[in-house]
Each structure stands twice: as structure tokens, then as C-alpha cells.
Design a protein around this ligand. Structure first.
Ligand code: FES
Length: 131
């Protein structure tokens, strides 16, 4: 624990979820996500629910578990809306925490210094693939 909040530094591998996608599976194409937008996915394994999102920024994509380290809420309130107005940071819409897109580090708000849990994906030839 740092700053009183759990540090979700580990990476979620979707292929580790029972019944989840396999390594190498295609989740979607980058064209399926509008620039500045995000696509959400949800996987269930027994009573566990893994909600993730993939945020597109120009030609790059970033994937995180959709759980805020502050109070465990989903970051978004509207489907696919994770960025704050400037388009620089991911924002938790519950209490306004801001997170760096590149590494999920919270740089402002009630969980400053905590991190989103990242999801292991890769982008190949325009396809977003389970790593
Ligand atoms: S639950 Fe995200 S900032 Fe409070």
C-alpha cells in the first residue's frame, strides 16, 4: 500500500481468466475504436467479473481494468467515455482522479500516486491481440 491505496501494479493477462480469450486471439481492430474513444470488454469467471477498456489515442491503444484504485468504482459513467476534456488524461468520473494514459499512474485526485491495473495486449497490423 502506498498513499493508503492499493497498488495495482500487476498486469492482468486475459488468457489467465478461466473461460477468457486465449493468447493470440483478436479482440478487435483499431478501426473499431474511434480516435480518443474507448471500447469496453467484460469477462466473467464464476463470481469474478473482469471489466476492461481499451483507449485509443491516434495510432496507439492502452488497456486497463475498469476499476479505480480510490474506491473501486468503474472510471466511466458513459460507455466508451474515459478521457477528461483536454484529451490528455484518463479520468475517474466518480471523484475526478486523473491518470496518465501511458502507464495508468494517478497524477491528481484522491488516489494520487496509485495506478490502474494494466491489461496485456499488443497491436499488430491494426489488430488488437491478447498478449
Ligand atoms: S472512485 Fe475514482 S476517484 Fe474516487
Amino acid at each position: 500500500m502506498a498513499n493508503g491505496f492499493p497498488q495495482m501494479t500487476n498486469i492482468l493477462r486475459l488468457s489467465d481468466i478461466e473461460g477468457g480469450p486465449n493468447s493470440g486471439d483478436i479482440l478487435c481492430s483499431i478501426e473499431d475504436i474511434e480516435v480518443g474513444g474507448a471500447k469496453e470488454f467484460s469477462y466473467r469467471s464464476g463470481i469474478e467479473i473482469h471489466d476492461i477498456f481499451i483507449q485509443r489515442q491516434e495510432g496507439q491503444v492502452f488497456a486497463y481494468v475498469n476499476v479505480c484504485p480510490h474506491a473501486g468504482m468503474p472510471l466511466n459513467m458513459e460507455q466508451g467515455q474515459f478521457m477528461e476534456k483536454s484529451g490528455r488524461y484518463l479520468m475517474c468520473h466518480t471523484h475526478g482522479a486523473l491518470f496518465q494514459l501511458e502507464d495508468g499512474l494517478c497524477v491528481a485526485g484522491p488516489c494520487n500516486g496509485a495506478r490502474l491495473q494494466s491489461v496485456s495486449i499488443r497491436l499488430e497490423a491494426g489488430k488488437i491481440i491478447v498478449d
